[in-house]
Design a protein around this ligand. Structure first.
Ligand code: AMP
Length: 223
């Protein structure tokens, strides 16, 4: 049985960082639709370029486009033992499409983790977030001696276009309106779990490991 995980939570909840860590430790690919779209823009791919205006305004990209991206990505061999999805699904239509894909794969249920953080804390975190203009890595605020440079490659740290205060509020609003109904969609499943994201990253990580392993045993993903 595979370990098929969805990391949910509003922008700024730390789900990208946690998804990447969890996936690395379990040898699974992290699949972030936001990252795939941003890479696509850099590489000049038509679908991503068409999505750019919506992304810059903090709006959601069309369901068919992101579902196509995820379907193609999940079909690659490295996703056979499972995956960690970050930033997908964002709407109930996407969740339904994902259920069909997972059913066709037939290697275990979806484990859904919702990382919860109060809105005030989210705005504070997002306004201060920086990414590297060269390698795209999220900057760890205190990880570098020189605050303007990426700890990994030395590239210049910049604000993401959609982390601007006005756009941040729009993204949180979009999240409330479209993504929160997803919680309702998943809430009654035996493999749905909630994690408190308003604590130190190591504690969030520990809580995540615990609830995912528990959900996997309930869902039959662990022998
Ligand atoms: P993220 O990096 O996950 O915050 O995504 C950045 C932007 O990419 C979002 O604000 C959307 O415009 C777009 N995006 C990423 N994932 C999705 C998705 N599953 N559905 C629709 N739009 C998405």
């Amino acid at each position: 049985m595979g370990l098929n995980v969805i990391m949910m939570g509003p922008p700024g909840a730390g789900k990208g960082t946690q998804a990447a860590r969890f996936a690395r430790e379990r040898g699974l690919p992290t699949i972030s639709t936001g990252d795939i779209l941003r890479e696509g823009i850099k590489e000049g791919r038509p679908l991503a370029l068409a999505a750019k205006a919506k992304m810059d305004r903090g709006e959601l990209v069309d369901d068919e486009d992101v579902v196509a991206i995820v379907r193609e990505r999940l079909a690659r061999p490295d996703a056979a033992p499972g995956f960690v999805l970050d930033g997908f699904p964002r709407t109930v239509a996407q969740a339904r499409a994902l259920d069909r894909i997972v059913e066709q794969r037939g290697n275990g249920p979806l484990i859904v983790v919702d990382i919860v953080v109060p809105e005030q804390e989210l705005v504070r975190r997002l306004a201060g977030r920086r990414i590297c203009s060269k390698c795209g890595t999220n900057a760890e605020p205190f990880a570098s001696d020189s605050p303007g440079a990426c700890a990994r490659c030395g590239g210049e740290l910049v604000q993401r276009a959609d982390d601007d205060q006005r756009v941040v509020l729009e993204r949180l609003k979009v999240d409330q309106r479209t993504t929160r109904p997803l919680v309702e969609y998943y809430r009654d499943r035996p493999t749905f779990r909630v994690v408190n994201g308003a604590q130190a990253p190591e504690r969030v990580a520990h809580e995540l490991d615990t609830v995912i392993d528990d959900a996997a045993s309930v869902g039959g993903a662990v022998a």
